[in-house]
Each structure stands twice: as C-alpha cells, then as structure tokens.
Design a protein around this ligand. Structure first.
Ligand code: 5HM
Length: 339
C-alpha cells in the first residue's frame, strides 16, 4: 500500500504500531542511553481525527493532560509552570527549569518568528484563504538551530505540520522525526488533531483527514512490559469501547482559549472551586465546559483531601472522559461504577 493505512480511531493505529515495533521491529537502537526497538518510516491516517482518544484499561490515558497540553499549544505557551502541573515528568526536559524548548510546539506555531509580526499559523491560514489547492501551508517546528545546542535536553520531535485545503475540507499531514510509540504518540496525535480542528474552524471549513508520519518509530525497552499488557488487551477479540467525541464548537477562537486558560489558572492554583452547576453557567460553551470539568476534577485530586471526585462533576462529563478518568484515578469511580 502506498498511502498510509486508515484506522477508525487512534486506538487501532496505536495498537498496530505497538505490534509492529514489538514483533516485527527492524532494529535495536540505544540513542542517548535509551534501549529501544525501532521501525523506520511508518504512518497512518485517521479519516475522523476527532476520534483521538483510546479506551484501553491497560493504557491509562490522562485526558486532563491531553486537553491542558492542547490549550497550552494553542495559546503558544512554553512555561513549565502550567504544563508541569499536569505532567511533572516534563520538568526534566527543561534546560532552565522555567520554560520548555523544542517540545513547546505551540510556541513555534502561534508566536511570530524572529523578524516577523504575524505567527506562522496565521500566515498559513491567510495563504489557505487565498490560494486554491495550495501545497504551501507548511508549519515547520523543528529548526536547524536546535542541532547547534550542546547536549540539547529538548529537541523538537515534530518536524512540521502540513495543512491542505481540498474540496472544502482541511486535511493535515504531520511529520515527526521521532515518536515514542508508547509514551509520545497518543498525546502528539491528540494535540495535533486539536490544532487541525481549531484551524478548520478559523477557516470555516469541514474537518478533513489526519495523516501521521514518523521517521523513527520506537518502543523503549523500559516500557516493554506495559506494551505487552496493552497488546494483550487490544487483541482483535476484544470489542472496543466506543465513545464518539463531538465536534469542537464552531465559535472557538483565540478568545475562547484565553477564557479557558483563565479558568485553568484559577483551578490549578486552587483559587476557586467549581460545582458542575457553576461550570454550566460560565461564559464557556458546552464543548469547552467539558475541559473546565476536567480541570475541576483534577483540582479536587490534587488539592482536596478527598478520595472521591464530586459526583456532580463526574456526572456532567462526557461518558468517554468519565471512563478514562475512572481508569486513571480511583477517586473518579462513582458509586455506580462509572467504568
Ligand atoms: O533523543 P531524542 O531527542 O530523539 O529523544 C526524544 C524522545 O522523546 C524520543 O523517544 C521521541 O520519540 C520522544 N518524544 C515523542 O515521541 C518526545 C516528544 C517531545 O518533543 C514528543 N513525542 N512530543
């Protein structure tokens, strides 16, 4: 097959890649002390990029982090203060303990490049609005300057994102120089498809397909045991959990992101606490209220001395998000067993 194989949701692609790198790997590598099995040059396509969450009990995806990271990217941020609260492990990639480098993709996409006054993201949208069938809508992330940094702790794994408008739909092709299939792939696909959907809304277009390509696709030996358990769970005999995810609200724009991040900061710093009822009356539409509910659930887990997250918050969540929270944190299982 010359085009990338298609999967109904990210879960199928994730399992197929894990299988490939575990059983049919091409070589063993040991870059920077990480022993891994590797396959070179792979890819897949998601015809519906909204199906960006996997529902596997053995791979405890953290949807709070997924949405937090996407918003962090969409706001063009690179501060550790926010993202480190959701993913403490990212602190080790920071050279100065304050900011992230290459992995702060949104910082490269949503801020003007040196010498420019408009961000690459806005420049590409402008191009796509004016040039029919353009092939030039490329958003580079990896920069040659990263190679010149001695002992660089955080070199961008994302080479770039390519946006293509065809027949009224916005497609995206992602090029990764390297992807850790177990640890990096899921959050990368989540964030990039969120950026794609956000871009489609800004352009007033339908969401097209998403194609993910990887130079070095690998599974670290340190994660081999978990990968084996995930593959055991994901055998074709298992009926997959299905929680179709809704479309991002059509009025989403930069103001939406700012408003959400204002609530995020208040919750992260435990300055406010919200009931589901209060979240329903915030100046935030129903789609994004789900994210505020996730932030409130996480606030309770982090700051409240409690072993359960409020029933009202769990009940108001999309069933797929509730399912994921219930598998990630015991505090999120309702008395009726949300799982
Ligand atoms: O030595 P190198 O810079 O390639 O190590 C980075 C590791 O993080 C690789 O295993 C890469 O695949 C993984 N990674 C990822 O998969 C890192 C980031 C952060 O940029 C990411 N996805 N988003």
């Amino acid at each position: 097959m010359l085009t990338a194989p298609t999967f109904r949701s990210v879960e199928g692609a994730y399992l197929a890649l894990l299988q490939l790198a575990t059983a049919d790997f091409e070589q063993r590598i040991e870059a920077r002390g990480n022993a891994a099995r590797e396959v070179i040059g792979v890819g897949f396509r998601l015809p519906d990029p909204r199906q960006r969450l996997p529902y596997l009990a053995t791979r405890k995806v953290n949807p709070v982090f997924q949405f937090a990271e996407s918003l962090w990217h969409l706001a063009g941020r690179r501060d550790l203060e926010m993202i480190g609260y959701y993913a403490p492990s990212m602190r080790s990639s920071s050279a100065d303990g304050i900011t992230l480098g290459g992995s702060a993709y949104g910082h490269a996409l949503f801020n003007p490049a040196v010498g420019d006054s408009v961000s690459p993201f806005d420049r590409v949208l402008e191009l796509l609005r004016t040039e029919t069938d353009s092939k030039r809508g490329y958003l580079p992330v990896f920069s040659a300057g990263e190679l010149a940094v001695d002992d660089n702790p955080d070199m961008a794994c994302l080479a770039g994102l390519h946006l293509l408008v065809r027949d009224g739909r916005l497609h995206m092709v992602c090029h990764m120089r390297a992807n850790d299939l177990d640890c990096g792939l899921l959050s990368d696909v989540f964030s990039f498809t969120m950026i794609q959907e956000y871009a489609a809304i800004q352009l007033g277009l339908e969401l097209g397909h998403y194609t993910h390509t990887i130079g070095s696709a690998h599974v670290n030996d340190a994660n081999a045991e978990r990968v084996r358990r995930v593959l055991d769970e994901g055998t074709p005999r298992r009926a997959p959990q299905r929680f179709p995810f809704p479309a991002m609200s059509a009025q989403t724009g930069p103001d939406t992101i700012s408003r959400l991040l204002a609530h995020e900061q208040l919750l992260r710093t435990n300055t406010v606490e919200y009931s589901a009822e209060e979240i329903a009356h915030l100046h935030v539409d129903a789609y994004w209220q789900q994210t505020v509910l996730l932030f409130e659930a996480y606030r309770q887990i982090q700051h409240d001395d409690t072993d359960t997250v409020g029933r009202d918050v769990l009940d108001a969540l999309h069933p797929g998000l509730r399912w994921l929270l219930g598998h990630k944190w015991a505090a999120c299982v309702t008395t009726e067993g949300t799982r």
